[in-house]
Design a protein around this ligand. Structure first.
Ligand code: HEM
Length: 173
């Protein structure tokens, strides 16, 4: 066994532990944010409204977004260390993109509720929570069962380079 392989094998369990820790924090945040947004009630005392607004904003910026970035970073490194260039991994990334969309929607809603002076009502927590549950269960199924998806019917244009030019001009160097 080469030195590099030994090094990579030794690092994988630690990186996986970090990956799981960061994504637990991220996903917990994606469940908490819709609940917190639903508590943005302008009929509350001004100080209480400011309190929940600040907790949501700072939680998003200083805890949930960094956890998302670090979960994705550790996952990205794991792809190369585990050489996981597989169909289940790419299917997982499509679902992770869904989680990123939920994350971006929450950020957009935090700003919209805070800055439109009552014009943007926060939505109920049910729909975003159900979407997150579906995405997380799909991801966990893919990553734990690692189904062989090699026979997945894909359109031909996804399976081979088509040799097309870009639809715009680019500099020669
Ligand atoms: C861009 C984001 C992500 C990337 C690139 C990524 C990539 C990876 C890779 C390469 C592994 C190692 C797989 C193996 O050793 O066989 C892994 C493990 C794992 N990932 Fe992710 N991941 C990402 C996000 C997530 C998310 C959002 C979740 C859950 C909601 C998740 C759940 C897991 C779990 C549970 C494992 C451990 C699987 C095992 O050891 O059998 N990952 N991830």
């Amino acid at each position: 066994m080469s030195g590099a392989a030994t090094w990579a094998e030794a690092v994988v369990p630690h990186l996986k532990a970090l990956h799981l820790g960061f994504l637990a924090l991220w996903v917990a945040g994606l469940f908490a944010l819709p609940q917190m947004l639903a508590r943005h009630d302008r009929t509350d005392l001004r100080a209480e409204f400011a309190q929940i607004r600040r907790a949501t904003h700072y939680g998003y910026v200083w805890a949930i977004t960094p956890a998302a970035v670090l979960a994705i970073l550790t996952g990205g490194i794991l792809i190369f260390l585990r050489e996981a260039f597989t169909v289940w991994l790419f299917a997982k990334l499509v679902l992770v993109a869904g989680l990123v969309a939920v994350h971006a929607w929450a950020g957009h809603t935090i700003i919209a509720v805070a800055e439109t002076d009552g014009e943007h009502e926060p939505p109920g927590p049910l729909a975003p929570t159900l979407v997150t549950v579906a995405l997380v269960l799909g991801i966990l199924f893919l990553v734990l069962a690692k189904p062989g998806l090699a026979d997945l019917p894909l359109p031909r244009w996804l399976l081979a380079p088509l040799g097309h030019q870009l639809p715009f001009d680019v500099p020669s160097r």
